[in-house]
Ligand binder design. Structure first.
Ligand code: C2E
Ligand code: MG
Ligand code: MG
Ligand code: MG
Length: 291
């Protein structure tokens, strides 16, 4: 009857949920262990200025899972955010990035190379976030001036005053801030005014069609005009081809990141490419403006 098949449907549904819950619990336990056992890997994607010199890179985490292989962030960041594992994970990434910055600072060839690290709003809203970043900088000996923290609009609104206070304190230490995925969140324009930012990153969804979609082009043109009026650097993410790059250059975008220049790669291989002069590196001589 309809009634019994309904009941069967319910128990089948319960069973599916149970399986998902078990899978999630397993993944959570595995991630907790993975963070403790250094299974996280730092990937870096190079970033370049208008004149095509590489000035730095974005740190993008990967998880080398013992049986599932190399996992990209979309497979584990949402879970990490839900379970607060994003906090130990974020600490691990920041510490690893600062150790690299210390290493770069002692290398004549790499001392101008800066790193952008993604920071979750959950990290930013920790009571001792400023102290944590400060002690990481002190313990690793990394130059604060080479560290940029990327934050997204989503979540900032919950506690705007707290975000601003912490960002201002970190700015005093020399750390810079970038607003990631700009244009995809809410009330974007008010953030630009209120937050102590150095840079705005145009989301890749607007860059994709810039050379053929009039709406994308209009949005990007407006972001660049607005940011430059507010003395903010603008960087475009997701630049995959020459047409997009040339269009962005013509609009006066300050810097670029995307598959055209390079995909995210293990940090060791990016450093090797920099040493081999695979990329034209930013130096004091060819620095067109201060970064
Ligand atoms: P995001 O910060 O906006 O990073 C840019 C994403 O776009 C990266 O994906 C990158 O691989 C991808 N990308 C770069 N260039 C291109 C391109 O030309 N074309 C296309 N189609 N994609 C491109 P990924 O590495 O999978 O990272 C995804 C997101 O995961 C990041 O977005 C960031 O929100 C988050 N994430 C990554 N690492 C961390 C981390 O250490 N901490 C936190 N909190 N979040 C992280
Ligand atoms: Mg980012
Ligand atoms: Mg982004
Ligand atoms: Mg993104």
């Amino acid at each position: 009857s309809a009634k019994s098949s309904g009941r069967n449907a319910v128990s089948f549904f319960d069973l599916t949920m149970q399986t998902n819950l078990t899978e999630r619990t397993n993944l959570e336990a595995a991630l907790r262990q993975g963070i403790a056992q250094d299974q996280l890997k730092l990937y870096i994607q190079p970033q370049m200025k208008q004149d095509c010199t590489v000035y730095g890179g974005e740190v993008l985490v990967r998880w080398q899972h013992p049986t599932l292989g190399l996992l990209s962030p979309d497979k584990f960041i949402p879970l990490a955010e839900e379970t607060d594992l994003i906090i130990p994970m974020g600490n691990w990434v920041l510490t690893a990035a600062c150790k690299l910055l210390k290493q770069f600072s002692q290398d004549e060839h790499l001392k101008h190379f800066s790193l952008s690290v993604n920071v979750s709003v959950k990290q930013l809203h920790l009571a001792d976030f400023v102290e944590q970043v400060q002690s990481t900088l002190l313990e690793t000996g990394a130059p604060a001036s080479q560290l940029m923290l990327e934050i997204t609009e989503s979540g900032l609104i919950d506690n705007m005053a707290d975000s601003i206070r912490k960002m201002e304190r970190l700015t005093k230490l020399g750390v810079r801030f970038s607003l990631d995925d700009f244009g995809t969140g809410y009330s974007s324009l008010s953030y630009l005014k209120k937050l102590p930012l150095t840079q705005v990153k145009i989301d890749q969804s607007f860059v994709r069609g810039i050379h053929f979609d009039a709406n994308d082009a209009a949005i990007v043109r407006s972001i660049i005009a607005l940011a430059s009026a507010m003395h903010l650097q603008v960087t475009a993410e997701g630049v995959e081809n020459r047409e997009q790059l040339e269009y962005l250059q013509a609009l006066g975008c300050d810097s670029y990141q995307g598959y055209l220049l390079g995909r995210p790669a293990p940090w060791q291989s990016v450093i090797q490419q920099l040493r081999d002069c695979h990329f034209k590196l930013l130096t004091a001589e060819n620095n067109p403006s201060t970064v």
